[in-house]
Design a protein around this ligand. Structure first.
Ligand code: ATP
Ligand code: IP8
Length: 251
């Protein structure tokens, strides 16, 4: 409900919705022959992910947030899983009219394999390029990024991750994903966070913390995340980037 305080875009994943149907019908890899089974799988997956989007949007509206659900299907397209068309206009128009767009991981039409899946994480990466937000906050069901899967003995929360210009990170992190996940789970979330940091040259801070917490509220509204509250990614400054910033100030 903190969304009332300013303009923001909400993107949610499919969670326990959609992945089972998508996996059962092979939607991620699609098929050039565009079979009946694939079409049926796409319809069932969309019923599931839009049901979740309806529930999320409804909760936001009940909290007084002017939220509108926006799906990708129809407006976004891929070719061999690569995005060839992103329906940005509908999102921009909704924001300008004072609404909070609520997008979700979805399946879309693909010109080579009939359909493909776009994860909520992939959507966030595209939106970050288009809208250059003040910050991106990933909300998850654990406190942040751990050095190894949090259910592994000895797992420790990582307060900050330095992202190098080549996309490598320090410290390294081990991840795991649930067997039904068709989009890669936390590994894709982390890769998306890294891409946002490198592509924005460090100008978009990325924070990862726990859903439904005071920490999450403060992180979304102010960008503040204290030690032990979650994970912050930042671009490791090299001599080259430092001199560019310095010359920017001098100019
Ligand atoms: N190194 C790690 N640090 C934190 N969480 C991890 C790690 N490795 C695996 N996980 C698991 O990732 C889960 C969080 O990922 P989350 O479910 O938010 O992403 P997702 O699978 O992409 O979800 P969605 O599909 O809804 O976007 C946690 O429940 C945790 O168990
Ligand atoms: C159609 C599906 C399963 C969307 C997946 O979106 P994600 O949960 O954000 O990876």
């Amino acid at each position: 409900c903190g969304a009332r305080a300013g303009r923001c875009i909400v993107v949610h994943g499919a969670g326990s919705f959609g992945h089972f149907q998508a996996k059962a019908h092979g939607l991620a890899s699609g098929s050039p022959t565009n079979s009946e089974s694939l079409r049926q799988g796409l319809c069932l997956t969309r019923i599931s992910v839009t049901k979740l989007n309806h529930m999320v949007t409804e909760q936001l509206v009940m909290c007084g947030v002017p939220a509108v659900g926006i799906s990708l299907f129809g407006a976004w397209r891929t070719a061999g899983r690569k995005i060839t068309q992103a329906g940005i206009a509908a999102i921009r128009d909704s924001l300008e009219a004072g609404y909070i767009p609520v997008l979700h991981g979805d399946c879309v039409l693909d010109s080579e394999q009939h359909c493909s899946i776009l994860s909520g994480d992939t959507i966030i990466e595209v939106l970050s390029r288009e809208f250059s937000p003040k910050r991106v906050v990933f909300l998850t069901d654990v406190d942040g990024i751990y050095d190894r899967p949090p259910d592994t003995p000895g797992a420790t929360l990582v307060d900050s991750i330095a992202v190098n210009a080549d996309g490598s990170i320090d410290p390294p992190v081990l991840t795991s994903a649930l067997p039904h996940d068709v989009t890669g789970g936390l590994a894709l979330k982390l890769q998306t966070a890294i891409n946002i940091v490198t592509q924005s040259n460090g100008s978009i801070p990325v924070l990862i913390c726990k859903l439904e917490s005071e920490v999450a509220k403060r992180a979304c509204l102010t960008g503040e995340l204290r030690t032990g509250e979650g994970t912050k990614l930042f671009l490791r400054q090299t001599e080259e980037t430092t001199s560019v910033i310095a010359s920017g100030w001098a100019g």
